[in-house]
Design a protein around this ligand. Sequence first.
Ligand code: ADP
Ligand code: MG
Length: 386
Amino acid sequence: MNRSTGTYERTSVAGEEVKAFIPFALPPSDPPLSFDGHLKALLATAEERLRILEIAGEMIPSIDWFVYAFVRKEAVLSAQIEGTQATLMDLLEIEATGELPENADVEEVCTYIDALKYAWDEIEEESGLPISMRLLSEAHRRLLESAAGSSKRPGEVRRSQNWIGGTRPGNAVFVPPPPHMLPSLLSDFERAIHDESNLPSLVRIGLLHVQFETLHPYLDGNGRLGRLLIGLLLNHWGMVSRPLLYLSLYLKTNRQEYYRRLDAVRTEGDWEGWLAFFLEGVATVAEAAVETARSLHGIVRQNRERLIHRGDATVISLRLFEVLPEKPIITVSRVVGLLSCSRPAAAKAIRVMLDARILVPLDERKKDRLFIFSDYLEELREGTEL
Ligand SMILES: Nc1ncnc2c1ncn2[C@@H]1O[C@H](COP(=O)(O)OP(=O)(O)O)[C@@H](O)[C@H]1O
Ligand SMILES: [Mg+2]
């Protein structure tokens, strides 16, 4: 396939003459997208797996656990793609202690969760913002509300030229559009979201993700926001009602190919190659998410059985057990706060669960020791280690 997907404009950055890439508005034309048998089959599989994930979500009695867990998994992985060194355990530990993150990388994951939650709340509320650059900029403001982000114009579309890869514009992999062209390119982008289209929704989502990365509208955070947008659009077009798809696992595992496919759209017009890669990812991760949900559910059930059948289970220990899936790392003080019980009662409940090997101490510290819901986290953290 060789189609042209944009034009180049000469622009000068930091005294260097470079060629910025200006993508054509979506959808691809000349020639239009070609859906051969392979691509059609990938699309059908991805749609089917998403449907199964959606049904699984509907049937799970404690869906909030999974939303809690999968959002964190996605946040950690999306940040790891561009080198953030925070793990799921780091994040949960910070959440458990209620301390402010000292580590800049963990802080970035926390702000990603804020941004994601904000954007999902907006699109689900009647009076919330629709999917638009305004919504993305508001999410961006939250995403970059960290020490590292504050110099990158949180909440604002860039007003200067940026570049991707390389140490300076002259040796960059590519130079996104000059800032003066962004207003019109971004309104084309919004139109591509809201205009009528004959293309399947999943295909449109794949196209929009690439277009967003190619426009690179912000000084930083474009990767994370562009991936967050995938989930929002899946919801907007009625394919998933909760943020349960952690696509970043696939994009991280196949990072080189992810970047190569993004490049090939621009340099060779290979939209079809990107779409095949993207649809394969959706199918893979949707299936994995169903599997993960199923095994987390099994783990909770087995652990609960173990607890119930112990002679020493207390009422507080049973109540504690039911909050563990959303608070998989705890301390005695945290249990006191969560269950409004006395310190001895909390300590006793934890002791029972240690004996039952439901909880395991995370470290050796004496004061405010951390305990983890071990089997559960073992399953959940898969793929999130560095
Ligand atoms: N060659 C490329 N063409 C288009 N987009 C790319 C290319 N390489 C990387 N990207 C995108 O740019 C993102 C990095 O941009 P950046 O603004 O630093 O985002 P973040 O801070 O969220 O990582 C990558 O995650 C990827 O989505
Ligand atoms: Mg970055």
